[in-house]
Design a protein around this ligand. Sequence first.
Ligand code: NAD
Length: 477
Amino acid sequence: MSAYPSLSLYINGQFLSGEGRKTQDVFNPANQQVIGQLPHASKADLDLALQSAQKAFETWRKSSPLDRSNILRKVAALTRERAEDIARNITLDQGKPLGEALAEVRSCAEHAEWHAEEARRIYGRVIPARQPNVRQLVIKEPVGVCAAFTPWNFPFNQAIRKMVAAIGAGCTLILKGPEDSPSAVVALAQLFQDAGLPPGVLNIVWGVPSEVSTYLIESPIVRKISFTGSVAVGKHLSSLAGLHMKRVTMELGGHSPVLVFDDADIEPAAEMLARTKLRNAGQVCVSPTRFYVQEKAYDKFLAKFLDVIKSVKVGDGLEKGTQMGPLAFDRRVTAMQSFVDDANRRGAKVLTGGERIGSVGSFFAPTVVTEIGDDSMLMTEEPFGPIAPVVRFKDTDEGIRRANSLPFGLASFAFTGSLKTANRVANELEAGMVNINHFGIALSETPFGGIKDSGIGSEGGMETFDGYLTTKFVTEV
Ligand code: NAD
């Protein structure tokens, strides 16, 4: 295994080091040791990235879908070949267990393949005309230069999804990845270069997020913005984009409700939900986060849920047997503590966890809280960590009403043995994605996206290129 890689910018096909640039430390959250130095882009670097992306767009937009598809297929093959090294570096700078990091990287090969396939099916249409000699055509064209901003919880997945969508559509891209967990994005730049992507089509920059995003969004060269991250930042970037009439794709936070009905298969549901909850230490935008359990099922559910949560082994993600790693950085531990403090102030019961583990690394204990009101911080703000509030509900009307009570609408979950209940919650839950009796979202062939405050647009599925294409109407006689 190689050492943690040296980190760089990637502009116009060149990897640019920190020499002569401002740099920032990159930490391993399992022990808080500095493992790397990340160069920040200067204004001149950002200008070069903008010009390169603009110049590359002139030829990339005319490339054939087959050529673009072949490059994405090579990216998929190289992703599989390099998965182990990339995954190890994700565990080092993000913290998740190595097995989860490997699964993240390998599943992304499928995203590249899906986009390679769909890129060859970006069709227009012919509209029958009112006169026999008139031809009316609808043509899809790439939007232009895109700016993307991706977060640290799935650093490989969230970046590649935007890259393959933009590049597959014929756009060029400047992407700012997560400064806290940057190795995956640098590895992606290398993958695309080795797959034969021409210089300037993909550019990677780093820096102070608000400075870089403002600069890129305000540039007349950039035509589209794509962001994955928090609702607050998403609203801010969308308003900036709106000011300059630029289209957006926003994949934002959620606070996914879970409805467990009396007639569900309770123990398997509790086990599956506990494991899904602690995946990536709960730092998942579609993580189940508000657990509403119907009264008769409550005790049985809670007992099994607690058992599984307590059994999870927390440790360094590189250690064998670790099931949950540290949080990605210490700010998240502070955030978890504030959720627990608010719960305690309100007289809720913390049944397990509720505190930092040890003094080295950003570890927080898997936590279950009960007897907590719907107006508490934990029930209204996305915890984005390993804390699960579990409360009771009486009937379907009440469950759906409480599930829909927040401004978010990303993922939702329901467990029931009744087809009637399943259909009703599928129809009435206000969410971009509904999981019934299993966890089955975020596949390459299915659309991923939220409604309400959780975002705009979808990634994946046949919708994946929608945000990267414009519609042109041509009429000729
Ligand atoms: P944050 O709001 O400070 O940042 C979230 C992400 O946005 C980070 O990747 C950050 O680098 C980036 N960012 C922040 N300000 C930006 C700006 N002005 N321009 C461009 N990018 C900017 O929060 P955080 O402490 O890093 O993460 C915690 C919160 O973020 C969570 O509560 C969660 O809701 C949200 N989050 C969501 C996802 C997701 O997958 N939807 C991923 C990561 C974080």
